[in-house]
Design a binder for this molecule. Structure first.
Ligand code: AMP
Length: 582
């Protein structure tokens, strides 16, 4: 039986484990450590060091030591407001390659502990990771020599670690995961061993690192480099999880000056409170999206090293109106879940189905620049959905399909994941039939298939991470903006739809009046022309009044109703006459 590793590729720390004799275990390195810092040092001589040894070099070689690379993976450089203290381009590496170095190290730790080679793995990612980020993580695994059998969302993995031995009946739980660099909140439902993510929310730029940096800034005397204080800040932070006050000493931080101060828990809590408060909105949104009230939850699970902070625990208790469950080791729950999932896949644990959801809606742009959602957000994956589209103008020879991700009504407000041109034979308006299918696999990776049904030609779009042109930071913003702009967007959508209809209606009515003028009485003509002029007036008004345009369209529609019937009758008559039947 081929072993599959379970890997938690964390922002701060990573872990690796495997199911051994039916039990999930986490593997330790040669020093007995199970947590491997997600740090990679690129020495001047070209050698690469990973883990605790790399972290020790950070203070001396901040520009050569890569940490928190998870914040950069799957993103274009320079995006987001997080500025790393290093430049990957200067070092000559990429987020994907750095992640691969960490994964190689984890693979080596496992192979040493297991005394055999392993080449398969399950890797966890934050629930909020989009397609690009999941793909990049998968590629990093492959670069490290691992076949990535599955990408699993971290809260799902945590729930798995928590749930397998304890929950059996239908229960709802929330997973509050505050790690080093990311915050995730998920609401899950468990039914007899089946996990389903009902909703997810979070912030990919919030975690314990922010608290360390804020404290470093606080400790750093004017003129000194705050980077030198990050390490002592983190040590002090951890001590204040169990103590009321702590002494911070950093002798000769710049060769001459030394730091020695006493920091009280109260002072520290005041400083970090704003960071922790930022999680509240996400928690409320996740509950709302899941349609679950806080008091309907059976448990609130804490995951991530930063949930050891007493203020975080008090805050979670306040948000959810109940004490969180702290029975899990917050550093290991996700890794343990990954190991369990790996065990299930390799057949060494009994099968439990894992269901995940799409964090944001996926769709394509349609006429008038509108977003046409094909897979709504929070749809359980894997899933498949499709729709049929046609050509908007005559003699069109191809159709541009823009794949979009986001919650806004207008295409331009969502992100473009990719685009593909689908060719088809030119014909009249509305003659082409292009089926577009979206399929999301168990890893949350999207494949778009466009089929011209006339020729049965398929065009397949692979969403490669390099082709992704999205601002990752807007993942979290997207949902709050969609709520904020809902009314405006809706008005714009109704307007665009009414405008398209008016633009179709007016020339048709004009043409009919010219061609079949004799079939219309003067009175009827006046009514139709008045209705048409109302539509034109609304269409060209300075203010976009969607309701007025819609109403004017309706009046014109009604006014031409009888004419339309007569035109159809006449056309039929003419055709019968032509064919000598009348
Ligand atoms: P994770 O990403 O889950 O590995 O969490 C790492 C984060 O948890 C880092 O920011 C650590 O500083 C933080 N952390 C770990 N242990 C503690 C502790 N005892 N008290 C406060 N923060 C901690």
């Amino acid at each position: 039986m081929s072993l599959i590793l379970g890997i938690d590729l964390g922002t701060t720390n990573s872990l690796v484990g495997v199911v051994d004799s039916g039990f999930p275990i986490l593997l330790a390195d040669e020093e007995g450590q199970r947590l491997t810092p997600s740090a990679v040092n690129y020495a001047a001589d070209g050698s690469i060091i990973v883990g605790a040894a790399a972290l020790r070099k950070r203070a001396l070689e901040p520009k050569r030591t890569v940490t928190s690379v998870k914040r950069l993976i799957g993103r274009r450089s320079g995006e987001g407001d997080w500025k790393p203290p290093y430049q990957l381009s200067e070092i000559g590496t990429t987020p994907l390659q750095v992640s691969a170095e960490i994964l190689k190290r984890l693979k080596a730790i496992a192979e040493r502990a297991l005394e055999q080679t392993v080449s398969r793995a399950v890797i966890t990612v934050p629930a909020y990771f989009n397609d690009a980020q999941r793909n990049a993580t998968k590629q990093a695994g492959e670069l490290a020599g691992l076949t990535v059998e599955r990408i699993v969302s971290e809260p799902t993995a945590a729930a798995l670690a928590y749930g397998l031995d304890k929950l059996s009946e239908r229960q709802k739980i929330a997973v509050y995961d505050l790690g080093g660099g990311t915050f995730d909140i998920s609401v899950l439902e468990m039914r007899e061993g089946v996990f389903q993510v009902l909703s997810t929310a979070g912030d990919t730029q919030l975690g314990g690192d922010d608290i360390d940096r804020a404290l470093a800034q606080h400790l750093c005397p004017a003129g000194a480099d705050p980077v030198r204080f990050v390490e002592v800040a983190e040590v002090a932070k951890k001590r204040l999880s169990t103590e009321d006050s702590t002494r911070i000493d950093l002798p000769f931080y710049d060769g001459t000056n030394s730091l020695s101060v006493e920091l009280s828990l109260a002072e520290f809590e005041k400083m970090m409170r704003p960071f922790i408060e930022r999680t509240r909105g996400h928690c409320l949104r996740a509950l709302n999206d899941a349609g679950v009230k806080a008091d309907e939850l059976d448990a609130v699970i804490l995951v991530g090293g930063s949930t050891r902070i007493p203020l975080v625990r008090r805050y979670v208790a306040e948000i959810f109106g109940r004490e969180p469950d702290i029975s899990q080791n917050p550093d290991e729950a996700v890794a343990l879940g990954a190991v369990i999932q790996a065990g299930i896949l390799s057949g060494s644990l009994k099968n439990v189905l894992l269901l995940d959801v799409t964090p944001l809606s996926l769709g394509i742009e349609t006429f008038g620049g509108l977003m046409n959602t094909i897979i709504p957000r929070n749809t359980t994956i894997p899933c498949k959905a499709g729709e049929m589209f046609t050509n908007a103008v005559a003699n069109q020879q191809d159709m541009l399909i823009r794949v979009l991700q986001g919650e806004r009504e207008l295409a331009k407000d969502n992100w473009e994941l990719g685009r593909v041109v689908v060719p088809f034979p030119a014909g009249a308006k509305g003659s082409a039939r292009v089926g577009v299918q979206f399929a999301i696999d168990a890893n949350g990776i999207l494949q778009v298939l466009a089929r011209d049904t006339a020729t049965n030609t398929d065009t397949l779009l692979e969403i490669q991470n390099t082709a992704v042109d999205v601002d990752d930071e807007r993942v979290e913003q997207m949902i709050s903006e969609s709520v904020e702009y809902a009314i405006e967007d809706m008005n714009e959508r109704i307007w665009t739809e009414a405008k398209l209809k008016a633009e179709e209606l007016l020339p048709a009515v004009d043409a009919a009046l010219i061609q079949f003028g004799d079939a219309v009485s003067d009175e009827e003509r006046l009514i139709i022309e008045t209705a048409a002029s109302h539509v034109r007036a609304s269409l060209h008004a300075d203010v976009h009044d969607a309701k007025a345009l819609k109403a004017a369209n309706q009046l014109l529609d009604d006014a031409t109703q009888e004419l339309a019937v007569r035109l159809v009758e006449r056309a039929m008559e003419e055709s019968l006459v032509r064919r000598g039947l009348l």
